[in-house]
Every structure is written in structure tokens, then in C-alpha cells.
Design a protein around this ligand. Structure first.
Ligand code: CTP
Length: 139
């Protein structure tokens, strides 16, 4: 039986870094993307995404490497979504290894251990990001 892989993210202005990340996740099992809502992104980043939730959802739903997409209904309390879905692995790009991903998600290592959930950092694709694309567009 394959593993269930959970990842939460925004996936605005889909780019090759996202594709590499999701492809790596899909090597491990069935990928569920928990997609941040427009409201959460606006609160977290101070402005809404370029592409709406529905637009981001529509593109991701065409990806062979993505099995399920759900809204991040718990927003700031994303651990509640992990608790509901009970994946085998929570995957995130390794850019987060330098930041406090535990705090971001609202869980800690004990919480994950109690549920037998592994946290996995996937190698980040250097040189491209949504932020970088916005910068490129400004010329
Ligand atoms: N990701 C990645 N490589 C990149 C960009 C993103 O592996 N070059 C991963 C992130 O680590 C995350 C997922 O893709 O697990 C979704 O990232 P997201 O934050 O939506 O995209 P970014 O391009 O990082 O957006 P921003 O620049 O706004 O932070």
C-alpha cells in the first residue's frame, strides 16, 4: 500500500519549482495538497494571491502527481487539517528547514510522533519562486 503524502501551500503562479516539488512528493505515494485560502494568504502575506483559490485549484487538479486537493479550512491552525487527514508524511520544501515550520503548522515533534507522522523536507529548487516571478514582471 502506498503512503499518503500531505503538503500545505499556496501554489500561486505555478512554476517549475512547484512542479519539481510535487513530482518528488508523488515518488513517495499519493499526494494531497491542502491549498491555502485567499483570505488566509491575504492575512499572512498582506495581499491576496495573484491567482484566486479556484484558479490555483483548477491548475493543480490537472497535475498527474496530485491525487487530492482540499482547502486549508483551518487556516492558521493547519495542524487541525493534518489531524483530520492523518497522512503518513507531511512534506514541505527545504526552504522551510531554515524557518520554524513547526510554528507555522501549529504542531511540534511530539505531536507528530504521537500520530506516527513523519515530517520530510524536499530539496528546494533554487532560482525560482512566486516572489521571484513577481519581481521579474516588474522588469
Ligand atoms: N517550493 C520548492 N521550490 C521552489 C518554490 C517552492 O520546492 N523553488 C515548494 C515550497 O517549499 C512549498 C511548495 O513548493 O513546499 C509550495 O510553495 P509556495 O510557498 O506556494 O511557493 P513559493 O514559490 O515558495 O512562493 P513565495 O515566493 O510566495 O514564498
Amino acid at each position: 500500500m502506498g503512503l499518503n503524502i500531505f503538503t500545505a501551500g499556496t501554489f500561486d503562479l505555478i512554476h517549475s519549482g512547484h512542479v519539481n516539488f510535487l513530482r518528488e512528493c508523488a515518488q513517495l505515494g499519493d499526494v494531497t495538497v491542502v491549498l491555502n485560502t485567499d483570505e488566509f494568504i491575504e492575512r499572512y502575506k498582506g495581499k491576496p494571491p495573484v491567482m484566486s483559490y479556484d484558479e490555483r485549484f483548477q491548475i493543480l487538479s490537472e497535475f498527474r502527481c496530485v491525487k487530492n486537493i482540499f482547502p486549508n479550512w483551518a487556516n492558521e491552525n493547519c495542524a487541525a487539517v493534518v489531524d483530520d487527514l492523518r497522512p503518513d508524511i507531511v512534506a514541505i520544501g527545504s526552504d522551510w528547514a531554515k524557518k520554524d515550520y513547526y510554528k507555522q503548522m501549529g504542531f511540534d515533534q511530539n505531536w507528530l510522533d504521537e500520530r506516527n507522522i513523519k515530517l520530510l523536507y524536499i530539496p528546494y529548487t533554487q532560482g525560482i519562486s512566486t516572489t521571484d516571478i513577481k519581481r521579474r514582471l516588474q522588469g
